[in-house]
Ligand binder design. Sequence first.
Ligand SMILES: O=C(CO)COP(=O)(O)O
Length: 246
Amino acid sequence: MKLICANWKMNKTTKDTREYINKFLPLVEGVKDREIVLFPPFTSLCVAKELLENTNVKLGAQNCHYEDKGAFTGEVSLDMLVDLDVSYVIVGHSERRWIFGESDELINRKVVACLKKGVRPILCVGERLEEREANLTFKVVETQIRLALSGVEEYVDQIDIAYEPVWAIGSGNPATPEDAQVVHRFIKDLIHSIAPKSEGKFRVLYGGSVNPENASEFMKMPDIDGLLVGTASLNPDSFAKIVKSF
Ligand SMILES: O=C(CO)COP(=O)(O)O
């Protein structure tokens, strides 16, 4: 099933979250042929849990720690997230990698922890502009995927991937659907080579300046299985249009 995700990043108070969800739910009522997931900030998960209960919209978290508990100031464990009905976690977002210095090894630990707790990780991969210009896209994406999936290759059907070219995030300058399709195909071929027994239940989402005007063009591509939307998901009308655009 296609997967459409709203990554709110560091935006919205609990009041904003309540207002957003109360506006959003009626706009997507009855939409059952695609998965819709909201990723609010940690501080809004409790409110979102209550409002999304028994609806067609699921709840995700933007990050997690890999340990169950302990002296990790400021961190949030998967048990804490599962307690709030979180069923997806974004892992290895480029902002975690390049602003907060998350290593491939740390990202792998988080993927492993998500799988242990029955939470579906959305593993983010993507090249930076200088890597694209040096024709290193495939090499970068392959390295990120191999390292993130180390030791859990057999469980790829419980993982989703988001291809988010870093240069397209927040820039208003998305990849073309055709260019994204080429990388998505590469990712799928790579994963099938890493995990030959995979039944192909993993999905590869595109993220990077998706909006209501271009969403349907991405979703026409054969190997784009969903979208991970930032800026354009901050407005309920805009995100609802994306959800219903294809
Ligand atoms: O980072 C993203 C989603 O995780 C994409 O952000 P934008 O949609 O704002 O480019």
